[in-house]
Design a protein. Structure first.
Lengths: 294, 391, 349
């Protein structure tokens, strides 16, 4: 029973991380029909930015965190300007995807160039003391609790944002029907820009929070992108609650498979899930049925 | 169309004939890469990708040594030039790099080789070209064993380390030994000799678990180890997964003997990575390098490295490069001003009890019995909060 | 004038130069030239799948690997000679590729892309974990290839074999895409429902597209294993996949001659990057982005505009596609009829 509760606890906390990544992916996808391949790199750069501000320049912790999130937001807008907007009008899915892929490799190489010489995996201090805490009979890392709480806060903020603010409603409208949104006078390009910015900011925040647990290295982006994508697909690429559900499920499934079946499965569980979901229920658990394009 | 077909046929005949009869250029390869005032030395390894530390950073260490030697006038009046090639940590990359260095860049010798698989794939090419090779990063035994005339290694090979790990566990009196390992080529090169040695010693591992290089969490592994009651854990992991493993085990209040290897040799960094204070109480690891980057003995190298590469900090990877480059320079010096490939190779074979600035033990190449010049694993552990050598 | 600048001349010059390489250049250049031919074959196969049939698949590097592993393992485990093991590897890759047609029937676009990516990662996992068969992460060395009675070394023998394969596969691709199969592919790419209504059997042609690209990649893989003398999993990772995609994009989607150009340019670009000691990640990331942003239809369209003699059927025209995918959703909702009439939109020159 101890094993089960530990696996469950860890599954939930890594799941929260995957959920945050998936959230960013789904938000962008819903609005723009594009899966941002460079999303993992937003996460990675958020962490590195925080490292630069806090560890290298010695600025205050919270200040560095906020600045890193702002930096990620700006980066997201940059991605929109450079990789998405020019392509939106003219190009096909293949091109947009390839552009994102190219961007992801470029950013990874850039991070390696800028920070790589500093050593193996960079450490980033956690928000609270690193001692593990007792929690209902099991021990967890306090930072894992922080991630869980942050995930909750971000989700809540998003709900509020989409339902109650104008910007949020603009984003929803554009996601539903871009042509109609344009007809009604919404500045669709602005909305796309905001969407990318917000998606990247969420990723950056997640990166900073997770850095104490995962350590910082340039290749962390891809691993999280794949897991986040698996989560988004499992939950349904068009559903925000689905992204969250998918994240937690993937986190838990990974842990259980590794714990009860074979430790080698931890690596490949996400891929198997993607394939299985795609074959049997491509719209995911909570996604709507897809319209067939003619 | 007929004209076309005729000319194609004629071209093919010419091409095939010349290809069959052209051997490699018979130019004097013995002094290739040497001029009156220069010796060109090649290096290959990954510049990018997750294992660039073993390529780029090690090469930076080599460059630092060359810089020092050149400042003092070079080797017998010849300056050393480093020619780097990126092999992307892939077999085709290493084969291409060796070919390029041998036939296009025409270097005298190569110091390098980082990824075990890739370097292993390039061995036939190295042998064919006769290029003298000093391996400084790759650990697979098969690269240097059985002995090949022109290939030497100054890196601790994986079988040396795996045997040392098991011996350490047995010396500590462990009864239930477990293994946690990665599954890539590097890890397999250590795992296979470990299993062979364990069989020889009659040891059965109580748990044998996999952990991926980028796993953010090792709770399932920690739970299994604790359930099995292992009292010593042998790591075949890079530093990051090892840190994750230790952290998650400590979270469960589980802290047996932890036995690392040379991939985990930056103690100070590792301590920070694990993050939990007092975590490394029972941890010991093998080091090929005598010193930590922050030791006072390393100050001059730290300064020189900073001068050449302002963005970097001195790391243990640089030190690997420094040690191997010093061995190479020693052999070049011993071979004399009248330098040829054969003389260099025989000088390498005669190196005995050479003390470099970096390696934990003395370097002895036991030609013709063995070309594995570094047989001394050093052990590092924490005692009273200080990093000490155990041997 | 047309004759000298046209497609045919380019091909003659290219393949003629490749033919003469072993007699003129050093070993390193021969190695690179061999890579050029392999990338030509890979780009041809991938282009037929993505550029012509419009199936966005990410499994090409995995097929490449299956071809290399298939041929190598047949030689190592069962002592087959190369002339039997190579076709064996090719057929195994083709079969694996065809399996992917099943998910392709149910989904398209990003879903298909990521499913094939997951499949590719799964294949990689098999290569590293199925140690009893594939020798695991350490890879293996296949037995040496004997070309007797022709007195050539393995290196030279594989080189010329690749040369012959590249020419034959180019001709096969050209002719297939000019036939009714090619037209069916393009019909599927431009509109599945319309294609079906014209009587084109989706399953049959999608399976064919995947089978063809699997076959091409498998052939390249079998030759690759012979060229390197070593087969290991790291050669077939995501970076390899990106290189294949880059070759197709740089040359030109939906253009057979474009695949040839793409294969050559890709190898040359990789060499230039290595020469300049730049990071391959940064260089190729940037290259891919630049091409997609500024010359998305590939160098081929650029050449076609300025140099006579390069006409081809069924060149991919992405403008049409893009307008459709963003606007039709709205039109289907609003108007309730299917609208494929883009004549109202302004055509770009």
């Amino acid at each position: 029973m101890e094993m089960f509760s530990y696996l469950m606890a860890t599954g939930i906390s890594t799941g929260a991380l995957y959920a945050l990544v998936a959230l960013g992916l789904v938000v962008v996808y819903k609005a723009t029909s594009v899966v941002n391949f460079a999303h993992g790199e937003m996460f990675m750069l958020g962490g590195f930015l925080a490292f630069t501000f806090h560890v290298m320049l010695g600025w205050q912790y919270m200040v560095s965190l906020v600045l890193a999130v702002v930096g990620s937001f700006v980066l997201g807008i940059g991605v929109d300007r450079v990789a998405f907007r020019p392509l939106m009008q003219r190009q096909t899915l293949v091109s947009v995807l390839l552009c994102m892929v190219g961007l992801s490799f470029f950013l990874k190489g850039l991070a390696r160039h800028l920070w790589g010489g500093k050593g193996d995996y960079l450490t980033f201090p956690p928000l609270v003391s690193p001692e593990p805490m007792q929690f209902g009979g099991i021990m967890i890392m306090s930072q894992q609790l922080v991630v869980l709480v942050a995930c909750g806060i971000v989700m809540a903020v998003f709900m509020v944002f989409f339902k109650l603010t104008r910007a949020g409603r603009f984003m929803q409208a554009t996601a539903d029907n871009p042509k109609a949104a344009r007809l009604v006078g919404l500045r669709v390009d602005r909305v796309y820009m905001m969407t990318f910015g917000v998606g990247a900011a969420v990723a950056g925040a997640a990166g900073v929070l997770m850095a104490p647990l995962t350590l910082l290295y340039p290749d962390m982006g891809f691993m999280l992108f794949i897991k986040g994508f698996a989560a988004a697909v499992l939950g349904g690429l068009t559903s925000i609650p689905g992204a969250l559900l998918g994240g937690f499920l993937i986190g838990i499934i990974e842990q259980m498979a590794a714990g009860y079946i074979h430790t080698g499965l931890q690596e490949v569980a996400a891929f198997i899930i993607i394939m299985v979901v795609m074959i049997f229920r491509p719209t995911g658990l909570l996604g709507g049925s897809r319209r067939r394009k003619v | 169309m007929k004209m076309f077909r005729k000319s194609v046929f004629r071209l093919s005949v010419i091409a095939l004939t010349t290809a069959l009869f052209s051997g490699s250029a018979v130019a004097d390869v013995q002094t290739q890469g040497i001029s009156d005032n220069e010796i060109r030395i090649g290096a290959f390894g990954p510049f990018g990708g997750p294992v660039y530390l073993y390529g780029k950073l090690v090469m930076n260490g080599v460059a630092a040594v060359f810089d020092e030697v050149n400042e003092a006038g070079g080797v017998h009046g010849r300056k050393l030039t480093l020619v780097r090639e990126d092999d992307n940590c892939k077999p085709e990359g290493s084969i291409a790099a060796v070919k390029k260095l041998a036939y296009s860049e025409k270097v005298f010798a190569i110091v390098g080789g980082a990824c075990s698989n890739a370097t292993l794939a390039s061995v036939p090419e190295l042998e064919k070209s006769g290029m003298p090779m000093v391996i400084n990063s790759a650990v697979a035994d098969a690269i240097s064993t059985p002995v090949k005339k022109n290939i030497y290694t100054t890196q601790l090979t994986s079988s040396i380390e795996s045997r040392a790990q098991l011996d350490y566990a047995l010396n500590k009196g462990a009864k239930k030994i477990a293994v946690v390992r990665m599954t890539d080529a590097w890890a397999m090169a250590r795992y296979n000799p470990l299993m062979a040695y364990a069989k020889k010693k009659g040891v059965n591992f109580i748990a044998n678990l996999e952990l991926q290089i980028d796993a953010p969490d090792a709770t399932p592994q920690a739970l299994k180890l604790k359930a099995a009651g292992a009292d010593a854990i042998i790591f075949i992991l890079y530093a990051k997964p090892a840190a994750v493993m230790m952290r998650d085990a400590l979270k469960l209040g589980y802290n047996p003997e932890w036995i690392g290897e040379t991939a985990i040799n930056d103690f100070a960094a590792f301590q920070k990575q694990v993050g939990i204070p007092g975590a490394l109480k029972n941890f010991a690891t093998i080091t090929a390098i005598a010193y930590q980057p922050t030791d006072p003995e390393m100050k001059s190298w730290a300064t020189r490295l900073k001068k050449l590469f302002p963005n970097d900090e001195l790391s243990t990877f640089n030190l690997n490069g420094i040690g191997s480059a010093q061995v190479m320079v020693e052999a070049l010096t011993n071979a004399g001003r009248d330098l040829t490939r054969d003389k260099f190779l025989s000088a390498m074979g005669n190196i005995k009890d050479f003390e470099s600035d970096a390696y934990a033990g003395k370097i002895t190449c036991d030609h013709p019995r063995s070309h594995q010049c570094n047989q001394t694993p050093g052990w590092l552990a924490l005692r009273d909060g200080k990093i000490v050598r155990l041997d | 004038m047309q004759f000298f600048l046209g497609k045919r001349t380019f091909l003659i010059v290219l393949f003629g130069a490749l033919l003469l390489m072993p007699s003129l250049a050093n070993e390193y250049h021969i190695f690179i030239a061999n890579l050029v031919m392999l990338y030509i074959i890979l780009a041809l196969g991938l282009n037929m799948l993505i550029g012509f049939a419009g199936q966005l698949a990410f499994a090409n590097a995995a097929m490449y690997g299956i071809g290399a592993y298939g041929a190598g393992l047949l030689m190592k485990h069962f002592a087959w000679p190369y002339w039997a093991a190579a076709p064996g590897g090719m057929l195994i890759a083709m079969a694996a590729g065809t399996l992917l047609a099943l998910p392709a029937l149910r989904m398209s676009g990003i879903y298909l892309a990521l499913t094939t990516l997951a499949f590719a990662q799964f294949v990689w996992w098999l290569m590293t974990h199925w140690t009893s068969v594939t020798f695991g992460a350490g890879g293996f060395i296949p037995p040496p290839i004997d070309f007797s009675p022709i007195p050539v070394t393995q290196e030279i023998g594989i080189y010329y074999l690749t040369w012959v394969a590249a020419i034959l596969l180019y001709l096969a691709a050209k002719n297939t895409m000019a036939s009714s199969i090619g037209r069916a592919f393009v019909a599927i790419r431009d509109g599945e429902v319309a294609a079906e209504s014209l009587g084109i059997n989706l399953l049959r042609y999608k399976a064919l597209a995947f089978a063809i690209s699997g076959f091409y990649a498998g052939t390249a893989g079998a030759l690759y294993g012979g060229m390197l003398g070593f087969v290991g999993p790291e050669s077939f990772d995501l970076l390899q996949m990106i290189l294949h995609k880059a070759a197709v994009v740089i040359g030109g989607l939906g253009s057979i001659i474009g695949s040839v150009i793409g294969g050559v340019l890709l190898t040359v670009s990789v060499e230039i990057t290595k020469e300049l000691k730049w990071s391959i990640e940064m260089a190729f990331g940037a290259l891919l982005m630049l091409f997609v942003l500024f010359q998305p239809t590939g160098l081929v369209t650029f050449i076609k505009r300025w140099v006579p003699g390069w006409r081809e059927h069924l060149q991919y025209l992405p403008e049409r596609e893009a307008q459709r995918s963003i606007d039709v959703e709205a039109s289907v909702e609003d108007v309730g009829i299917t609208s494929t009439d883009e004549s109202a939109q302004e055509r770009r020159p």
